[in-house]
Write a protein that binds this ligand. Structure first.
Ligand code: SF4
Length: 60
């Protein structure tokens, strides 16, 4: 399963990832996206590509 992380130095807190997949991402009190520990069927590469600042990193 792909490992997904967020580069907090890049995240602008736009909320797109949390809107696209609320099972996998949520927005913290720091206004940054955080990865949640869950198994969902979303395509992580597709989600990563949708981040406008390329803050979502996927590794196998
Ligand atoms: S889509 Fe990218 S910039 Fe927007 S909240 Fe998610 S990780 Fe941050």
């Amino acid at each position: 399963m792909a490992d997904i992380t967020i580069d907090e130095s890049l995240c602008t807190g736009c909320g797109l990832c949390a809107s696209a997949c609320p099972d996998k991402f949520d927005m913290g009190d720091d206004n940054l996206a955080h990865v949640k520990d869950c198994d969902c069927d979303c395509d992580m590469n597709e989600l990563a590509a949708s981040c406008p600042v390329d803050a979502i990193k996927v590794s196998d």
